[in-house]
Design a protein. Structure first.
Length: 161
């Protein structure tokens, strides 16, 4: 399977919104509760420092966003979010997206990539991040509200670029 990662283009927006909304609707990884539409999606993705898509056979199958985690004296720390189409999960596309994101973080002048809220039960993401050298900073008890209303812990991670 040949996966290509490239900067997003306006023609990708429909698929990016669809894939992003899948993760929002799942309710187990992103803090957002509102889905994007074409207008809000265009604005959202354009506001990021960098966005990339993964392509298989000319089809967008995943994406990531990269942006500052903070400003001023902490402006060298970036944050990112990753989304893979349900039909393509389990094929190591997320890993390729994270690798590209680490490189783009450097290209855009960041020194650290930090994830603020990885849900403790998201074991696939956690194993991937740890395998790629991310360090867990601790645990925030009950930091994420799941779709059924119960709370799960979140685990912040970081990686020096």
């Amino acid at each position: 399977m040949d996966v290509q990662i490239r900067k997003y283009e306006p023609g990708d927006l429909g698929e990016m919104v669809r894939i992003w909304n899948q993760v929002v609707e799942d309710g187990t990884a992103f803090p957002q509760e509102e889905c994007l539409n074409q207008i809000t999606g265009s604005e959202f993705f354009a506001s990021q420092t960098y966005c990339a898509v993964s392509i298989i056979s000319d089809r967008v199958c995943g994406l990531y966003i990269l942006h500052p985690n903070n400003e001023g004296r902490c402006g060298h720390i970036c944050n990112a979010s990753f989304a893979v189409d349900r039909g393509f999960r389990g094929q190591h596309i997320g890993e390729k997206l994270v690798h590209d994101c680490l490189e783009q973080g450097k290209v855009h002048g960041f020194g650290i990539l930090q994830f603020n809220a990885v849900v403790a039960g998201n074991i696939h993401a956690r194993h991937l991040y740890e395998r790629l050298g991310f360090v867990q900073l601790g645990v925030i008890p009950r930091g994420f509200r799941m779709p059924d209303g119960h709370y799960e812990d979140i685990c912040p991670y970081y990686h020096e670029l």
